[in-house]
Design a protein around this ligand. Structure first.
Ligand SMILES: O=C(O)C(=O)C[C@]1(C(=O)O)C=C[C@@H](O)C=C1
Length: 326
């Protein structure tokens, strides 16, 4: 008799540490994966969208996936935020930022005045709006699954695409003409990527860490947003991101996607999470991980680990020392 399969075990686990990313090769997401030390020398699997990347992780086909989560011009990547909110068990284990620049590519011989339709990933399109309005007024946008898939679609006769928004080095991969380089509206644009896995082991605290959460507010309680913010403010925890995303099943209800400065192993962050857990009907802990730019978190006033430890010791001493003086 063979043992029944363990329902919790990943169904397709191959024993190979594969990393999934938005492909094909040449995307900015692949560039981000090149920055993750643990992914080097391992097999990489290109996929078509964030949901496929995360499904690889939850099924065990891949050990982790690199996904875009925020762009400095377009803001939060909503597909990623929503997938993280609705897929249980995911943890961010690293973040990486990549400078973003775009080119306008066409089939060899096509001129700018012939361009009527442009294939582009929606987040890329949003970063080139001003240039496109000036140089290609009246064009039609056809959404592409990635910045490399857009270039590939130039050669799909069924799609009738005239031009594609691509990364700068596209001619290294696909035989296209580049009509314009640097067409992004902001030269300092960067995209932030997260490496996501199912591990519950936290990356160690470095002193330059971030913690990501998704929080729902209690229903019908006046001032509940302020109460949520107070959990952080009263513990000296700085928030670097707070955005809201609709909860689709309930019109008018939102969840908050939050990044904090600090690690779960910082006493003030742990205490803020305790406060959140008591007050919020649903808190998703998405992980604590080293910040991409390595800027040390400044902790001021009475919110250092030492202050928390001293207060704990005082509390523990009260039954020995009823006056609480010692
Ligand atoms: O990785 C890529 O090249 C992508 O096409 C995806 C993506 C994104 O999902 O935001 C990544 C970075 C750019 O800002 C635009 C698009």
């Amino acid at each position: 008799m063979t043992d029944a399969p363990d329902a919790a075990a990943p169904s397709a686990y191959t024993g190979v540490e594969t990393y999934s990313y938005l492909g094909p090769a040449g995307t900015f997401t692949e560039a981000a994966l090149r920055l993750a030390p643990q992914a080097q020398g391992k097999p990489w699997k290109p996929v078509n969208n964030v949901n496929e990347a995360l499904a690889d992780v939850t099924s065990g086909r891949s050990v982790a996936a690199m996904i875009a989560i925020e762009n400095s011009i377009e803001g939060g990547v909503t597909a990623s935020q929503d997938a993280l909110a609705t897929t249980p068990g995911l943890r961010i284990i690293g973040e990486y930022t990549v400078p973003i620049s775009f080119s306008l590519a066409v089939r060899p011989g096509v001129a700018l005045e012939d361009v009527k339709t442009i294939a582009a990933h929606p987040v890329a399109y949003g970063q080139c709006r001003a240039w496109l309005t000036t140089h290609l007024p009246g064009h039609t946008h056809l959404p592409a699954t990635s910045n490399i898939a857009s270039a590939g679609s130039l050669f799909d006769e069924g799609l009738r695409v005239d031009a594609a928004i691509t990364p700068p080095n596209i001619r290294e991969r696909i035989q296209v003409d580049v009509l314009a380089e640097g067409i992004e509206d902001n030269k300092t644009a960067r995209t932030r990527f997260a490496l996501v896995s199912m591990t519950t082991t936290l990356p160690p605290r470095t002193g330059a860490d971030k913690t990501s959460l998704i929080v729902e507010l209690p229903e019908d309680r006046p001032g509940s947003l302020v109460q949520m913010l107070e959990q952080f403010a009263t513990r000296g925890v700085n928030m670097s991101v707070i955005t809201s995303r609709p909860i689709p099943e309930r019109i008018g209800r939102y969840r908050f996607v939050i990044d904090l400065e600090g690690h779960l192993h910082d006493a003030r962050v742990a205490d803020a999470l305790r406060g959140l857990r008591r007050y919020s009907p649903h808190v998703i802990f998405l992980g604590s991980y080293p910040e991409a730019d390595g800027t040390p978190v400044q902790v001021e006033g009475n919110d250092t680990d030492e202050h928390y430890a001293e207060a704990e010791a005082w509390l523990a001493s009260l039954e020995r020392d009823p006056d609480g003086l010692g």
